[in-house]
Design a protein around this ligand. Structure first.
Ligand SMILES: Nc1ncnc2c1ncn2[C@@H]1O[C@H](COP(=O)(O)OP(=O)(O)OP(=O)(O)O)[C@@H](O)[C@H]1O
Ligand SMILES: [Mg+2]
Length: 297
């Protein structure tokens, strides 16, 4: 991995993810737009491109990764201190779902416990050396992204939206959240952009233009438009992401192209930081450091 890529995540000495080159959040203000599907297939696609990849399910109340990757095991600790992530299709995985006795039971933790669990997932999981750690965030603008930004240096966020206005209204807020907590927006994925019926006719079921509007607002590229395709949902339910299940298919190609665009965006950011080092966020912490984020005032 070139030095240029490392520069895009200037981490402080106490950053918990010391062996991880890039931390990419997949988020959206909106529920059900396909964050988990995108995060899972993006992670698979990065892995297929030869990057050492991990996937962290940051959705404590509604974990999807165990189902989408067909993993039900329980993580173990070999040294009594760190937790070994599970592994599937060459990707390292961690989810609260692996720690629940009954996957159908609700997690009834309050905020502090939730943040404690997330912090442990960053600090105590033996992620080892990774090129990319992809995080699947819960819906909503908020506190999880903030909490993550305070605890680790985040390379950037991939914002997921669907094309219609009612979705983009909420997604704008998550872009604004990123700006407030100094998380760079790497780009936008418009999911469920259209549907091609068996006769080959294209239907824009949810309208169009949402991805481009969010990208413009975020001043970031529209990285991909992913159509609605039954295979994406079916393979997700079966626990084998479509990129793995049908690697030669059109949907796998869409996610591989997305992975290439994410890698490009990360490297463009590294170039920008090299040219303007002043843009590097000071995460050295300490009293008066920029670690106290603007929203906490
Ligand atoms: N491009 C697509 N084509 C077909 N089905 C899709 C596509 N993207 C997502 N889905 C399906 O839509 C549903 C919602 O997707 P997903 O769980 O990834 O959304 P989410 O944003 O993570 O939801 P939540 O806000 O609850 O975490 C799932 O059943 C998934 O399989
Ligand atoms: Mg989800």
């Amino acid at each position: 991995m070139s030095d240029s890529l490392d520069r895009s995540r200037p981490a402080s000495p106490d950053d918990p993810l010391t062996g991880v080159k890039h931390v990419v959040l997949v988020m959206s203000g909106k529920g059900g737009v396909g964050k988990s599907t995108t995060a899972t297939n993006l992670a698979m696609a990065l892995s297929k491109r030869g990057f050492r990849t991990g996937l962290l399910d940051a959705d404590i109340y509604g974990p999807s990764i165990p189902t989408m990757l067909g993993v039900a095991g329980r993580p173990v600790s070999t040294d009594g201190k760190t937790i070994e992530p599970l592994e599937r299709f060459g990707i390292k995985l961690m989810s609260i779902g692996f720690l629940l006795d009954d996957p159908k039971s609700a997690v009834i933790w309050r905020g502090p416990m939730l943040h404690g669990a997330l912090q442990q997932f960053l600090k105590d999981v033996a992620w080892g050396e990774l090129d990319y750690l992809v995080l699947d965030l819960p819906p909503g603008t908020g506190d999880v992204a903030l909490s993550l930004a305070q605890r680790t240096s985040v390379t950037g966020a991939v914002i997921v939206t669907t094309p219609q206005n009612v979705a983009t209204d909420d997604v704008f807020k998550s872009v604004s959240m990123c700006v407030k907590v100094d998380i760079p927006v790497l780009g936008v994925v418009e999911n469920m952009s259209w549907f091609i019926d068996p006769a080959g006719v294209r239907h824009e079921l949810f309208g169009k233009g949402g991805g481009a509007a969010v990208a413009e607002f975020a001043k970031a590229p529209l990285l991909a438009q992913i159509p609605i395709d039954q295979s994406v949902r079916e393979w997700g339910d079966k626990g084998t992401p479509v990129v793995q299940a049908a690697p030669e298919g059109a949907m796998a190609k869409a996610y591989l192209d997305l992975a290439d665009k994410v890698v490009e965006a990360v490297s463009a950011r590294a170039d920008m930081l090299r040219e303007e080092p002043g843009l590097v966020i000071d995460r050295s912490g300490g009293p008066g450091g920029k670690r106290r984020l603007p929203v906490a005032k």
